[in-house]
Design a protein around this ligand. Structure first.
Ligand SMILES: Nc1ncnc2c1ncn2[C@@H]1O[C@H](COP(=O)(O)OP(=O)(O)O)[C@@H](O)[C@H]1O
Ligand SMILES: [Mg+2]
Length: 273
């Protein structure tokens, strides 16, 4: 056999490793789950292979994607608490390029179960290694607390997206969240960065909402994504039907805003930010 000229040699497909991003804020109702679903859908639309991981015992991520957590035989609970349980055993395809690792109510006792285990903060990170070459993005939907589940997510991630509601009280919990991120960075995951703060549920008609947006941009500068998600009933309708708003109302303002967020996330990756 003659060696092939370089130009004719088959291109070796390099296994890309998924970027792992946590969607975190200990405050409930700030659109963590909505952002996980719709950023995931927007990235999948952009031909990325996306895995969505639910770390919230309320299992809203599954519900928002039409999966009934009561019908599951296994969930992220089993992955986190059983050393022999792999993520691949619980994943469910939920769309073109979109895969879900669902939670269920069992996860509410995971904190206690992991309690005394050595290396309990690194369990998710280690489990994700096995699937990291199969996806381009892994998004982790965090629970509304800063306990061991969120710490597992932050330890496994290269960056974090912080959804914040455009409301004057929204800045109150930020300090604690930033301290937790700093602590994880120091003790467990030096590479962890803040990808960006996402302002959600903006109501441009009210002064308080506009003031909150201005205050957040003032305080966090270019750490705030340009994409901003307005309050819009299409989002609520979409999650009730179990599909991303990108599918149920393709050209609606929130769908477009989540596509813009996806472009910023993809662009940040290209720029090596
Ligand atoms: N842009 C939006 N406009 C209107 N409602 C929204 C929007 N984003 C989220 N919601 C609704 O707000 C509630 C809380 O959102 P969710 O994503 O579940 O927050 P979290 O996961 O942080 O608790 C849900 O009922 C969701 O449908
Ligand atoms: Mg949620």
């Amino acid at each position: 056999m003659f060696p092939l000229p370089a130009a004719l040699q088959p291109v070796r497909v390099q296994a890309t490793m998924a970027k792992i991003i946590s969607v975190a804020n200990q405050k409930g109702g700030v659109a963590k789950t909505t952002t996980t679903v719709n950023l995931g859908a927007a990235l999948a639309e952009a031909r990325q292979r996306v895995l969505l991981i639910d770390l919230d015992p309320q299992a809203h991520l599954a519900l928002s994607l039409g999966v009934n957590p009561d019908d599951l035989t296994a969930s992220t609970f089993d992955v986190l608490t059983n050393p022999r349980f792999e993520i691949g055993a619980i994943t469910i395809p939920v769309g073109d390029g979109l895969t879900l690792a669902p939670a269920d109510i069992n996860l509410s006792v995971a904190e206690q179960r992991l309690g005394g285990t050595i290396g309990r903060e690194q369990v998710l990170r280690d489990k994700l290694r096995a699937v990291q070459a199969d996806y381009d993005y892994i998004l982790i939907d965090c629970p509304p607390s800063l306990g061991v589940l969120t710490v597992n997510a932050l330890t496994a991630s290269e960056s974090v997206i912080i959804p914040v509601q455009a409301h004057y009280l929204s800045m109150k919990g930020m300090q604690l969240l930033m301290e937790t991120i700093e602590l994880v960075r120091e003790k467990l995951n030096p590479g962890l960065g803040i990808l960006g703060i996402l302002i959600t549920m903006v109501d441009v008609r009210t002064r308080v909402s506009n003031q909150a947006v201005a205050a957040l941009r003032d305080m966090f500068g270019d750490k705030v994504f340009r994409a901003m998600i307005r309050q819009n009933t299409k989002v609520i309708e979409a999650s009730a039907t179990g599909r991303p708003v990108l599918e149920t109302a393709r050209t609606s303002p929130p769908a477009q805003a989540y596509r813009q967020l996806a472009r910023e996330v993809l662009h940040g990756q290209e720029a090596g930010l």
